[in-house]
Design a protein around this ligand. Sequence first.
Ligand code: ZN
Length: 311
Amino acid sequence: MNLKKFILFQKYRKHVVLFNLAGILAAAALGVAIGTGAVHFGPFAGTYGPSSTGDDGVPGLERAVKSGKVAKVSPMPDGGAPNPDQAAAQEPGGPAAQSGTVSSGGRTIDLSKPMVALTFDDGPYAPVGNQIMDCAEQYGGRVTFFVVGSRVNTYRAEIQRMADDGHEIGNHSMDHKILTKLGAPEIRAQIDRCSGAVKDITGQDTALVRTPGGGVNDTVRANISQPIILWNIDTLDWKTRNADQTVQKVLSQVKDGDIVLMHEIYSQSGEAAVRIIPELARRGFQMVTVSELAKYKGITLEGGKTYSSFR
Ligand code: ZN
């Protein structure tokens, strides 16, 4: 090789090295982009512990592509639901009744980890409802609002946000009437009119009912075609109007599968919720809607039946 050829060869080598270096940098950048994508698309990454941060076997890019509202990821429990006894025996951190992750409501749910449904009655009421939703969003939580139909038009933007953010909007009757005191046609009208008011905004009927005061009798059951959702942790927030007591009530007894009753119309309940949500997340609880809780505990909800927890 003469000098001229040697110089040309060196230039060529330098070019190849630079080209490869550029390739490595591009690959690294892509890797970062994919990793970042996983974080962006899975807002719950890091919230529910290590298994939701990407080591659940779903590569970042795939997770990003697949995540979307109410899309299933893998594997789905519909075929292999646990029996309720198994779920009831499960304690937070205990053996998993199901395994795998699913995508629901715009975030990932780990079926092996404990779940709780926080429910807020008597709204909508934007000052508190938005506070609850802001906090829930930070922790990947979804909650259920049982709304009073006659209030819905006053807080249309809040109702729309509930739907957009993946929260559940339940039916708490049109006028908060105690349904056990009504006849069949009035009961049906109270439920239908509330559902219509919600549908006028979101385009969706309500799927669940919570009867005002939890009042249920045979006539109520026979005339409500949706599942009736009660609760098993009663915070009595409406009575105490004390955030400390509400927080204590929930955190001292909450278990996997519970349905917690709070009210959306008191500032102290909003204050309690924004303390309860981070602590539940810290303990490894996933905050899910009532419909999600039933579904992922393998329970098919039936119209006119009452449910107070999915332990
Ligand atoms: Zn109520």
